[in-house]
Design a protein around this ligand. Structure first.
Ligand SMILES: [Mg+2]
Length: 371
């Protein structure tokens, strides 16, 4: 169930926000609200590129109840538009980096909500685009897709599909050759990540499949240029971010930029607007899925999963983290350690609070909740 705390209650203005170290005695005395929960973006909030922010480690340890500062652990999950690894692999890697154990219900990547979407395709051949090496196939199989094919499989079938790209020995080894793409249709296209994604090859193959006769490669559906599209292979995208924050001084292009490039090429070829289903922040489905996961996590903590929640989303990107949280009815906290730069003007979507970093954001939210 969605909470409406941001709209229903005016936010208190506090003179300053206590740091963890200053707040120990205060927090010991406090009887904080049981309703508080957090959703953290990762890139630009907990990490900058490969670098984990030390304040992120401190604050997640605090919420996990690792240092006895809080009277009880506070539920949280990580909600990222990143991906490209299976959830199990990413959970393990993040637990080590952040130095807090993360459970299976504490991570939502851009493609995780597909778990609830792909059942209809369980036994059908589908194309999975993106992910380092054969990670795309492993992710798809972990969601129950038994016949997930990769762009490398298509190149192994016929290299002239995109002769600018030469398969490495590793790719030759994992490429599947048990399918003839000219006679076996692909039923859907899932673009799950841009790591390992060759924009040129992906644009060629996706455009061809969308314009194909029933998902068969090497065919073109008969239709006059610009005529309304029908019977297209469904295209599902999972990360709408135009840019994202790393340790580089300027934001980098994300999968939203790839979609714009793909849409321009597709329109040039067909005269049509690109049609697609979009997952990831700021879309409602992703927040609904995240709240469902958060409630499963709360159940795992031995608490009532149907209790009312005041969820605080902490993110660095106004257009994804903040826009999505605001429209879903969560509170939103914007940090200055990633995409958002205060000196470039006010954010395009107004958060409940702008803070220096994730630690300041959590401490502010806990104060709002009477901790
Ligand atoms: Mg981010």
């Amino acid at each position: 169930m969605t909470t409406l705390v941001a709209q229903l209650r005016p936010l208190r203005v506090l003179p300053s926000v206590r740091r963890v170290g200053d707040s120990v005695r205060y927090l010991h005395r406090a009887r904080g609200s049981d309703k508080v929960a957090f959703a953290f973006d990762i890139d630009g909030v907990l990490k900058q590129g490969e670098h984990v922010l030390p304040q992120a480690r401190r604050i997640l340890k605090l919420l996990s109840g690792q240092n006895d500062t809080l009277p009880k652990p506070v539920p949280f999950l990580l909600l990222t538009n990143g991906g490209g690894m299976t959830e199990a692999e990413r959970c393990k890697a993040l637990s080590e980096e952040l130095e807090v154990p993360l459970g299976p219900n504490q991570l939502v990547q851009s493609h995780t909500p597909l778990r609830d979407y792909v059942m209809d395709y369980a036994d059908k051949p589908v194309l999975v685009v993106g992910g380092q090496g054969d990670a795309g196939r492993r992710i798809a199989e972990s969601y129950g897709l038994k016949r997930a094919y990769l762009m490398q499989d298509i190149l192994a079938w016929r290299s002239s599909v995109w002769d600018r790209y030469v398969l490495s020995a590793e790719e030759e080894a994992f490429a599947r050759t048990d399918i003839d793409f000219a006679s076996t249709p692909l039923h859907a296209i899932f673009v799950i990540h841009d790591r390992g994604l060759d924009w040129g090859m992906a644009t060629q193959i996706i455009t061809e499949l969308l314009a194909s006769d029933g998902g068969l490669l090497g065919t073109r559906r008969k239709r006059r240029f610009g005529e309304e599209a029908t019977g297209e292979v469904p295209l599902v995208l999972t990360n709408p971010d135009f840019v994202w924050g790393t340790d580089y001084p300027l934001p980098r292009f994300g999968m939203g930029a790839f979609r714009l490039a793909l849409a321009a090429v597709y329109n040039e070829l067909t005269g049509l607007d690109l049609t697609y289903t979009q997952y990831g922040k700021p879309y409602h489905e992703t927040y609904a899925f995240a709240e469902k996961m958060l409630r499963q996590h709360i159940k795992g903590m031995g608490r009532d999963p149907s209790e009312r929640l005041n969820v605080y989303m902490i993110g660095d990107n106004p257009e994804s983290d903040i826009a999505g949280a605001n429209s879903y009815g969560w509170s939103s906290i914007l940090v200055e350690t990633g995409v958002f730069k205060k000196e470039e003007g006010p954010p395009v979507h107004t958060p409940s609070r702008v803070v220096k970093d994730v630690e300041e954001g959590v401490m502010w939210a806990l104060e709002q909740e009477g901790w």
